[in-house]
Design a protein around this ligand. Structure first.
Ligand code: C2R
Length: 184
């Protein structure tokens, strides 16, 4: 499940207790200032009981750590990476350059409404794909859901959970619609 904040803040690799299931999704962000938004990704993964880790990695500020992290992810059992960053958000692209694991980028608003980060993540040159989500919290939430959809390709139980999630969401919208209609 989600690592402790103190571990997230540490620049050292997380130490895993024996017997604990290995994370299959890595959630990374460029700065601890991104945590409030990127916790939406972790929340969804928690809800679906998908083992994940959360780390701060910066392609700009910690280039060696970023390369080591991306290169080592598949070997550690990670199947999907989610990378959130604001400003000149090169993090997702640089991670994608070092791995063939699917990388989902989340543009964050750290100024300019997140347009800078959106273009930095979406406008990847051909050959190195990054799946780009919406700016901010909805993008962070959808990054978690997309990671789950990828894992569900080979996990029937997860696929069924996703179906139930969609059904619940539809019921909630219908209930809200009834409330709005009743008020008229
Ligand atoms: P600070 O709040 O730490 O100054 O960071 C972070 O994701 C954050 O949104 C400001 C913003 O800089 C972003 N950042 C990147 C990268 N590293 C940090 N875009 C990167 O490597 O792409």
């Amino acid at each position: 499940m989600m690592r402790l904040e103190s571990e997230v803040r540490s620049q050292k690799p997380c130490v895993r207790r024996p017997g604990k299931p290995k994370p299959v999704v890595a959630v990374v962000m460029g700065s601890d200032s991104d945590m409030a938004v990127m916790s939406e990704t972790a929340k969804v993964l928690e809800e679906f009981a998908v083992e994940h880790e959360v780390q701060i990695v910066s392609a700009h500020r910690t280039p060696d750590r970023c390369r080591e992290f991306a290169c080592g992810a598949a070997g550690r059992g990670i199947k999907v990476m989610v990378a959130g960053a604001g400003k000149a958000a090169h993090l997702a692209g640089v991670i994608a350059a070092h791995t063939t694991l699917p990388v989902i980028g989340v543009p964050l608003d750290a100024g300019m409404g997140g347009l800078d980060a959106l273009l930095s993540i979406a406008q990847m040159p051909g050959g190195v794909p990054v799946a780009c989500m919406a700016v901010g919290k909805s993008g962070a939430k959808n990054a978690g859901l997309l990671a789950i959809e990828m894992l569900a390709l080979s996990d029937g139980a997860l696929r069924r959970k996703l179906s139930r999630y969609r059904e619940r969401m539809a019921r909630e919208v219908e209930a809200k619609s009834s409330q709005v209609s009743a008020r008229k």
